[in-house]
Write a protein that binds this ligand. Sequence first.
Ligand SMILES: Nc1ncnc2c1ncn2[C@@H]1O[C@H](COP(=O)(O)OP(=O)(O)OP(=O)(O)O)[C@@H](O)[C@H]1O
Ligand SMILES: O=P(O)(O)OC[C@H]1O[C@H](OP(=O)(O)OP(=O)(O)O)[C@H](O)[C@@H]1O
Ligand SMILES: O=C(O)c1cccnc1
Ligand SMILES: [Mg+2]
Length: 562
Amino acid sequence: MTSDLIPDNQLVQPLLTDLYQITMAYAYWKAGKVNDHAVFDLFFRKNPFGGEFTIFAGLEQCIKFLASFRYTDSDINFLRNTLPQATDDEFFVFLKNLNAKDVTLYAIEEGSVVFPKVPLMRVEGPLILVQLVETTLLTLVNFASLMTTNATRFRMAAGDNISLLEFGLRRAQGPDGGLSASKYSYIGGFDGTSNVLAGKMFNIPVKGTHAHAFINSFSDFAELRTRIGNRVVLNAQDIFFGSQMLQRCDSSESEDLLLKSIEYRNIIAPDMNCMVDQASDGELTALISFAVAFPHNFVALIDTYDVSRSGLLNFCAVALALNDLGYRAMGIRIDSGDLAYLSKVSRHWFTHIATKFKIPWFANLTIVASNDINEEIIWSLNDQNHKINCFGIGTNLVTCAKQPALGCVYKLVELNGIPRIKLSQDVQKITMPGRKNVYRLYGSDGYALCDLLQRSNEPPPNVMTKVLCRHPFNQQKRAFATPSRVESLLKMYWQGGNVCMPFNEWSSLEAIREKVKSSLKTLRQDHKRYLNPTPYKVSVSDNLYSFINDLWLQNAPIGDLS
Ligand SMILES: Nc1ncnc2c1ncn2[C@@H]1O[C@H](COP(=O)(O)OP(=O)(O)OP(=O)(O)O)[C@@H](O)[C@H]1O
Ligand SMILES: O=P(O)(O)OC[C@H]1O[C@H](OP(=O)(O)OP(=O)(O)O)[C@H](O)[C@@H]1O
Ligand SMILES: O=C(O)c1cccnc1
Ligand SMILES: [Mg+2]
């Protein structure tokens, strides 16, 4: 059994489950079902966020969970005290010896675009064990897939040329929600996170600016003080030794960033239709302090007082002063107000200054926008022709506020080789019985045509050969497809206690992130569009259609008319 496959989160362990898995395990055990062999499918029924696609994520963590599945002595003690006293002691011996060696896991590649009713995973093995892992597998897949899908939607709204930063930790559903959100946002196409632990654990670029508190914490120039030896420089007359001094980029000479910034502020204020006495000196002091600390990475939050009257002017003054010392400022962040309008105003003055002072790069300074941004707001900002280069997104991304859960379920489809069907008044909820394979059929243009579910004993569809694709429950809905390419989606990832697919090749964040991109490219634009996207077809073979419908008729009781 592979032992170095440890889940990201120590909480991912066999007791992270619902009690009913353990009570069922006991009842199965009592009923002599120890050697029963089951097949479960893990799938969802509806795409999230009003969309017509989902990204499958969480597989790598599921495999790590299986690899490390073992009850500890303290787990067993806890269960002994939790189950009724009359529970047979032998059961605990049985539990103590359980591991996932006899489980076989088939799955779709992590990062793939997936659709309702398609098994994302097929879990086969001893009934008791594959039942016991239900809840943990679901919790690992549901949020990961929802989060990744959400991130891809933000990416699609923003387009490829905008930087996306995840700023959500403070608003996330607790520490693990926050950490998972950072990880799966990156997988879904974000460029970085403000979450430092996520950076350390997953090697995601960590990025950020500063908070309003930093700006608010300064009120006038005299605060630009520092220690010289043991002496704290506090007085205005000592200002030239203060912390506004910055060494030039190209020499050891230091210059006074405050004086230079004040000079530039006086020069550019009339151009920018500003009055110097309306601009905040505290804000300028704060920006100088930040610039001295980070002269190569100077980003300024400019909306603390007034973007147009104060923040933008102060930023430009400091950026010009920095430029004199050989440094290029990076840009600004705007966190309130009309983000489209303010980005245009900012870009306008950046361009103006670039021309006036002959520093072309100034026109391309980064404009970061934040403040409760969601997908719709990004689409609307696009319509307004915003000039933003980077969105910092927290709450709506990490909490998946538009839809807080993906409804993945885990259903028994076969026991000891005999198919099982779960009936429901709601046709959507009827399970597709039996062990199945899934094929993605591609058209000659390279786009996916449909997914086809077949019984696992059927031969795969052939390239350039007409195949009948049927709606699983509606006899009238069917179509022929002649695929140019056929991809078998379910691959074996875990068997005999070992990972089967070369783990390092597919399981790195970068590999999964690339898979998300390449997989989404195979989906036609009309399936991905924001408004009223076209549903993607998930169909069944003729053979599976008859199989499902026969079993349905066999199992559905015939009612009485009375
Ligand atoms: N041009 C725009 N078009 C569409 N939505 C925008 C635009 N500019 C800002 N928004 C969004 O409108 C909402 C404004 O929210 P709200 O009124 O609470 O913020 P605010 O008053 O500007 O800032 P705060 O209350 O934080 O000072 C935010 O979700 C923001 O992302
Ligand atoms: O808006 P979100 O998408 O959640 O992004 C994260 C937010 O967190 C920060 O401030 P915070 O919201 O804590 O305070 P503020 O809104 O009062 O600035 C930041 O300024 C963003 O506004
Ligand atoms: O770095 C930032 O600007 C940041 C980080 C977290 C939340 N809001 C903003
Ligand atoms: Mg906010």
